[in-house]
Structure formats: C-alpha cells, structure tokens
Design a protein around this ligand. Structure first.
Ligand code: ADP
Ligand code: MG
Length: 393
C-alpha cells in the first residue's frame, strides 16, 4: 500500500515546521515530536519517513501508552519461544520489523523506566536482546518519538530518564495546536470534507459564513482529530445539508458535553492575537448587519414594503463553500447567498489589514500566515492599493 502523505497547512508555523521536517528527513537524526493530542504527530512522522531515504522500507507505529507495561518489551524487542507463559513461539519485535525503516514511538512519556534503559541502548548502539534470549541482535531502525506530555517535567518527577530525554530531544519538532493556525482550519476542513464525501457518497452543500467563522473561532481542544471527527459526523448526521452556525453550535456543544470538555482560555500571545482576530470577524459581521439594515431602511421608499428597522428580518445567510463545486448553484437568487472559500479568505485578509492599519507584518501574524503568503494573497485578491477595507458588500 503506497500513498503519499502530506502534512497540510499553509500558516507560517506549519510552513516552518514542514521545512524543518524536510531538513531532518534527509538525515538519520532521532526526532522528538511534541504537540497536543490530535495535532498531527503521527502524520508528521510519516511525512518525515516518506521523505527520507528509508521511504521504501517499513514505517512501524507503536503507541507506547496503549500497550500494557508487561508486554511492551516483548512487543518492541520480540521474544523467544518459552520466554514466559504464553510465549509458544518466537515473535519478531517492532524494532526488527522496522529494520532499515522507521519506528515511531508514540506517547513515549508513558514508557516504563526499565524499558527506557533498553531503548536508550538501542538508540545508541542499535543493539538489543529479545525477551528470554541472551543473543545480541542488531537493528538499523530510525527512531522518531512523540509525546503530548512535558518530558522535562517527567524528568524532574523522575518518571522519565534524563539521559534518554537528552538523547531524544536533539531535534525537537513542535506542532502548534490547531487554534493557532488561522486559516489552516478551513484548508483542513475542505480536505476532510472531500475525503468524507467520497467515503460516504454524500454531497455537501457547504457552510454558511457564520458557521465558517465559528470554525475559525473555536478552541479545538482535540485539534485536527476533533475537526476531522466533527466533519464526518456533521456530514452523516445532517445528510450533507448546509451547515449553519446554529447546527454547528449544537454539534460542538453536544460533543463537548459527551467528552466533559470545557473551554480553556489560553494565555499565549498567539492566542490573544487569535482572540482579537476572531473578535474582529465578529465585529465585521455585526457592522455588515447594521449596513444591511441601513440599506433596507434607505430603500424603504421603493419596492415592496420593508420590515421595520428595529425588528430586523432574518438576514440572508451567506456561506462559504468549497472551491471544488463545479458551478455556483443557479438558485442562489432565491436561496442563501453562497460565498466561496476565496471570498471568505479575501474578506478575512481585508479585515485584518484594516485592523492592523495596513501593517503587513502584523496582519500576517494575526492571520497566522507568513508575510510572503500574505503578499501573494493581496496580489491575488487585488487588495493592494485600494482603500484599506478593500472589500465591498
Ligand atoms: N496537517 C495534517 N494534514 C492532514 N491530516 C492531518 C494533519 N494533522 C492531523 N491530521 C489527521 O488528524 C488525525 C490525528 O492526527 P495524528 O497524527 O494521529 O495526531 P496525534 O498523533 O498528534 O494525536 C489523523 O487522522 C490525521 O490523519
Ligand atoms: Mg498519536
């Protein structure tokens, strides 16, 4: 089974991360990947493997946290027939299967101390013994380890060996949480939607603008995995129909209630920027509502009777929809106004530029994309020398 793995994302931190990953992929160095659960540690490690000289050999993922302590060693190093009760035949370990390939040890922070000693030896010399055997075997497996725990703290608490920690973290790749990746949320969403449309043969009508903005504003404690699972259940449970902010809210609340998750306000600067950006989107939206109300008011004298100003009519739902749709639906005049992802992006960039008084560096930071990408997009959407709002409604 061969498929090419891509680590999706265009935000500045992800581009930087991919650049680093490609740099280390060409070497034999042991890599430690850190990041919250669901942030893509396993995908990144596959990406490294597939871009390395070992790509034609096995990639062997092992979740150290999911294997009972008692059998972890025999799983990793294999065992001889009769080594323990139930060892009725010789068994190949993961290190042997990953010979000339890559072994990915996920949740390495959960590895028991005795196993850590043996792991350090394999990393340093390539040598180990199968359980129940005194014969030394050699493996040429490249190690990539991952953790969502703070290993430094584990070292301080003596649950993780300091020598192993130093050995592992010669190169550390940190994956930022999804909430810090700005527009990548929409890029990933689009990718997963395509995937699930094909898998379930459902055609998806898209998100309203508000729902798209809600995706950007949400905290994503379960990161990309949460986004992916949410989209799959949205597609199936709502049978592909257009997702409004109300529907999305209902699903998010339900999922968080099921998991007992609560929103956890983060303190980092990036998150503050995100919050500011999200508030800006909200503000922009409110301004639009007011504009539309005024517009209705101005047109009171012409055409059919208009609803009273203080009791606004339900606003036309705007929406972004995947660029892939071959044609805009023809019935848009009577139904909700559909917006493409490009239109939503243009708007987000124009808003951010305005909020940052045209300062490109700050705008790029707020949007979570790099400056070069920002310039490219400014060119693409013709936002360059217009009055700074750059957008008309
Ligand atoms: N950048 C990405 N591009 C594409 N898919 C991703 C990306 N990050 C995560 N995923 C998907 O999200 C899910 C969780 O990723 P995974 O690597 O298992 O996370 P972790 O190991 O950090 O918990 C997987 O289904 C994976 O395919
Ligand atoms: Mg994982």
């Amino acid at each position: 089974m061969s498929r090419t793995i891509d680590f999706l994302g265009e935000s500045a931190p992800i581009q930087q991360l991919k650049h680093l990953a490609l740099q280390v992929a060409g070497t034999e160095v042991t890599v430690l990947i850190t990041g919250e659960t669901g942030s893509g540690k396993e995908v990144l490690s596959r990406f490294i493997h597939e871009n390395s000289r070992r790509s034609h050999k096995s990639f062997v993922p092992v979740n150290c946290g999911a294997i009972p302590t008692g059998i972890l060693e025999s799983e990793l190093f294999g065992h001889e027939k009769g080594a323990f009760t139930g060892a009725v035949q010789n068994r190949k370990g993961y290190f042997e299967s990953a010979d000339h390939g890559t072994i990915f040890l996920d949740e390495i922070g959960e590895m028991p101390l005795e196993t850590q000693v043996k792991l350090l030896r394999v990393i340093e010399t390539g040598e180990y013994q199968r359980v129940g055997s005194s014969e030394t075997v050699y493996t040429d497996a490249r190690l990539i380890a991952a953790t969502n725990r703070n290993l430094q703290q584990a070292v301080a608490e003596k649950s993780f060996r300091e020598d192993l920690y130093f050995r592992l973290h010669s190169v550390e790749l940190h994956i930022p949480p999804l909430r810090e990746r700005g527009g990548d949320i929409l890029i990933l969403a689009e990718h997963f939607i395509h995937q699930f449309e094909r898998k379930h043969t459902i055609s998806f009508e898209g998100f309203t603008n508000e729902a798209g903005e809600m995706l950007l504003r949400y905290n994503w404690p379960g990161n990309v995995r949460e986004l992916k699972n949410l989209l799959e259940s949205l597609l199936i449970l709502e049978k592909g129909k257009q997702i409004t902010s109300e529907i999305l809210d209902k699903h998010l609340v339900q999922r968080n209630r099921d998991k007992g998750l609560v929103h956890d306000p983060e303190k980092s600067e990036k998150n503050e920027l995100n919050l500011i950006y999200n508030s800006l989107i909200k503000l922009h939206h409110e301004i639009n509502e007011i504009k539309q109300l005024l517009h209705h008011h101005e047109n009171m004298n012409e055409g059919p009777p208009k609803p009273p100003l203080l009791l606004p009519p339900p606003l036309p739902e705007k929406g972004w929809i995947r660029n892939s749709r071959p044609h805009r639906p023809e019935a848009v005049e009577t139904g909700p106004e559909i917006r493409t992802l490009d239109e939503l992006e243009k708007k987000a960039i124009a808003d951010a530029l305005e909020a940052c008084n045209g300062n490109k560096r700050r705008t790029a930071k707020v949007l979570g994309i790099n400056e070069r990408t920002l310039y490219r997009k400014i060119g693409k959407y013709g936002l360059g020398n217009e009055d700074s709002t750059g957008i008309s409604d």
